[in-house]
Write a protein that binds this ligand. Sequence first.
Ligand SMILES: Cc1ncc(COP(=O)(O)O)c(C=O)c1O
Length: 468
Amino acid sequence: MDVYESALDLIGGTPLVRLRTDSPAAVYAKLEYLSIGGSAKDRIGRLMIEQAERDGLLRPGGTIVEATSGNTGIGLALVAAEKGYRSVMVVSDRASEEKVATLRAFGAEVVVKPGGLPRQHPDHPVSTAARIAETTPGAWLANQYDNPANPEAHYLTTGPEIWRQTQGRVTHLVSCIGTGGTISGAGRYLKEVSGDSVQVIGADPASSVYSGGDGRPYFIEAAGHFLHPETTDDVWPTSYHQDVVDRVIPVADRLALDTLRQLAREQGLLVGGSSGTALAAAQQVAAESGSDAVVVVIMPDSGRLYLSKYFNDTWMLRLGFLDGDKSRARVADATPPDARATPLPYLNTRTTVGEALAVLRARELGGAAPVLPAGPCPAGPDRRPTAPELTGSVSLSGLEAAIHDGAATPADPLSDHLAPPLPHFGYGEPAGEAYDQLARTAHETAVVVHDGCAVALITAADLHAAAR
Ligand SMILES: Cc1ncc(COP(=O)(O)O)c(C=O)c1O
C-alpha cells in the first residue's frame, strides 16, 4: 500500500517549484508550508522532541514548554499530540490570531504575554516559558534558540532534500534568519556536500540587527532580530552559526510585502511574510547572477496564517504600506507640505518636562506630540520611528497645566506624565474616514504613517479641510 503510518511521516519532504522572475538565473522556492503542520518548524519540532527523549529529558507523561512566535509551537504541538505529551506554548500578543488558534487546535495550552518587552523582563515570553518549565514537574523546555537539534534538523533533512532535488546543481541558498536554525543547518550541509561552492545568503528585515540594522520594530513576523530599546545585553541565538553565512541582504518591509502579494496574485503561491523577505533577496541574487545559477529560496510558511495582516488591505493601509485610492482625498493629501518637510519632534520617555516644553513651544506645536521609547533605539532625532514605537504622547497645554497645578516639575521625565499614544493613520487612507475616526477619540492630532514609519503630524482640521 502507498500509505503513511502517522502524521510524523509527513513532516518535511517539501517540493521545489520554479518561480517566474526577470532574471536568466533559475529561482526555485522550497515550499515548507506543504509540510504537515504548515511550516519548516515541523522538522525541528520532531527532532528536538526525539533528541530530548533520547537524552532522557522528556519522559512519558511529560510536558513540552516553549516560547514561540507560532510555527515552532505548532510543530512541537503536533508532534506532542501524536506522541501523547502535554504542551504549553508562550506567545506574545503580537503573534497572529491564526497561529494562536492553530496551537489551541492541536491541544496546546497557550499563555499570551504582552509583546514589546525587553528580554530581561519577567513577563517576556522566553522568561515566562523558562519559569513554567522550572516549576512544572516532568517539563522540558525546547528552547529552539539554543537547542543544537534545531540547526541539526535542517542539516539532516532540508539541506539533503535541496541537494537531491536539484541533482547537486544548486548554487545559492537564500533563507530568512530567525533562530538561525534553517540557514545554519541547511547552509552547512550544502557547503559541505558542494565543496564549499554553494553561496549561503541571509534575507533580513531592513531594521533587524542581523543585517546591521538598529533593531527597531519591523512588521515581518518570525524573521530577523529585534532589539528592544531597554535591552542591555543583546544575545544572539546559538542556533545561528554566522560562519556558514556568506552575506546578509536587508529587505525593506514594503518590498517584502509587495513581493509577497504579487506572488499570490501572479503565480498562485500564498506564502507568509518572511517568504516575501526571502524572495525579494533571492530576486536580487538572481539579478546579479548568470544563467547557470540555481537559486533556492526557503519559503517557511503559508500566507493563510497572515490573512488578517499582509493580505488584509485595512491592516496594510493603516500602516502606510498601500497607496490607497488616489481618486479620493487621502491622508497624504491632507498633510500640509510643511508638516511633511519637518521631522517629528524627538521626545522620548527620558526627556524632561522642561525640555519637552521648550521643543513644543519652539515648534509651535500647540497640539500633542508622540513620545518614543528611550534607549539605543530609536537612535536619534532624524530617525523615523516605526508605528509600534509610539509609546505615548504629551501636549503643550497638558504639560503647562500639570506644572501650574503642581502635578509636574520641569525636571520630571516624560515617563511620569505620558498620555496615551496618538492615533495613527496610513498615508493612503481616505481623509474623510480618518477625520471621522479621529473625531471619535479625545485627540486633535494624529500621526501619519508611511511604510510603517511615523512621518508627520496631522490635525483634525487638516483632515476636515481635505475631506470637504
Ligand atoms: C515564518 C518563519 N519564517 C522564518 C523563520 C526563521 O527560521 P529560523 O528560526 O530557522 O531562522 C521562522 C522561524 O520561526 C518562521 O516561523
